[in-house]
Design a protein around this ligand. Structure first.
Ligand code: SF4
Ligand code: SF4
Length: 343
């Protein structure tokens, strides 16, 4: 079975009557609904990897005095300001969340206010005990960004470390009867893999018997980045408003909010979720102005957007439920490979 990626439309699930992000873009409507399914919160803007494809790997965060960890005080205020209009807090944005020593406490704080908590990791620090502790704190979903199907692609995209991360996954699998983990999912960037490499990879992940699903996503460039050495990009019209300005609120480690999920430097931060509510900030004047500039094909006047290929790039995801893949028919397996080919 192919699964639906629930992290693509922030309004889709909380209110079925609300327009989707795509409908808002097509209707050229700069105001967005109040209730969001999820927000992204940067608990750590530091990372313990140096992937050449990422601003963290480039050491180009663009925020002076950074990187840093979100304080519990800032998180407490952010959670209070989003709780009335949000069901899920994704404790991840830029950087590696497992570097934050208070991450289990942050999960508990989120749960205590009635919201679900999820996070994502590059897997370097993911031991069985760490995963079990997050489960005890109440974490709903833990996504492992494995980033590549083959060892060769992994080393190219991450700059090394395949064996350590794979070793952590095997350790989790070895302890799965003794320990309880959050729901584990995996995210993989589809790059230049061949069709015949897809099935063995999925069988290998399914055999661990710890992951529910694998989501493949197409490669997407950061603003100003020449990524053609990683992946030839598929392009479409540059004139469409960027999907990012209809995305979720992305909350940086100091509490500022930006509507661009690629704004790791906070250049487009137009909101302050440490001081004001999500409802006040989702459609504040500065945020509306940014959306209108995109709708009026004037995004080149925004410095970060001027250097960004994002709106020109096809971005798709394919989710694969591992249970049905592992026991699936040959036809179903061919269907998965065919879907992957379109990414
Ligand atoms: S692990 Fe993720 S956040 Fe860290 S450098 Fe790599 S892509 Fe960037
Ligand atoms: S064009 Fe690029 S920088 Fe601008 S909102 Fe879209 S993804 Fe962000």
């Amino acid at each position: 079975m192919l699964t639906e990626d629930t992290h693509t439309d922030p309004w889709k699930r909380i209110d079925e009557r609300a327009p989707t992000a795509e409908e808002l873009r097509k209707a050229r409507e700069p105001r967005v609904p109040d209730a969001l399914t999820f927000v992204n919160v940067e608990v750590s803007s530091a990372c313990n990897s140096r992937c050449p494809m990422c601003p963290h790997g480039y050491s180009d965060m663009g925020r002076s005095g950074r990187p840093g960890l979100m304080s519990l005080d800032v998180l407490e205020r952010v959670l209070a300001n989003v709780r009335a209009n949000c069901t899920l807090v994704n404790l991840y944005l830029f950087g590696e969340p497992l570097l934050h020593p208070e991450l289990p406490r942050m999960v508990e704080m989120t749960r205590a206010l009635g919201m679900a908590a999820a996070t994502s990791t590059n897997g370097i620090l993911l031991t069985p005990d760490v995963a079990a502790e997050l489960r005890r704190a109440g974490l709903k979903t833990l996504c492992v960004s494995f980033d590549a199907i083959t060892r060769e692609s992994f080393e190219r995209l991450r700059g090394g470390g395949h064996d350590r991360v794979w070793g952590n996954l095997e350790a989790l699998a070895a302890e799965r009867e003794r320990l309880e983990y959050p729901e584990l999912t995996m995210r993989v960037v589809k790059t230049r893999e061949r069709d015949e490499e897809v099935e063995p990879f999925l069988d290998r992940i399914a055999a661990l018997r710890i992951f529910r699903s694998v989501t493949f996503c197409s490669f997407y460039p950061w603003p100003g980045q020449d990524v053609t050495r990683f992946e030839p990009l598929k392009r479409w019209s540059k004139e469409k408003p960027c999907r990012c300005v209809y995305g979720p609120m992305n909350i940086l480690s100091d509490g500022r909010g930006t509507i661009c999920g690629f704004d790791s430097g906070g250049e487009m931060a137009t909101a302050d979720l440490a001081s004001r509510t999500l409802v006040e900030e989702l459609n504040n004047e500065a945020t509306l102005r940014l959306r209108r500039m995109h709708l009026d094909a004037d995004r080149k006047s925004i410095p970060l957007c001027a250097s960004c290929e994002g709106p020109a790039v096809v971005s798709r995801t394919v989710g694969v439920a591992l249970d049905s893949f592992a026991g699936g028919s040959a036809e179903h397996r061919r269907e998965v490979v065919a879907a992957m080919r379109k990414l």
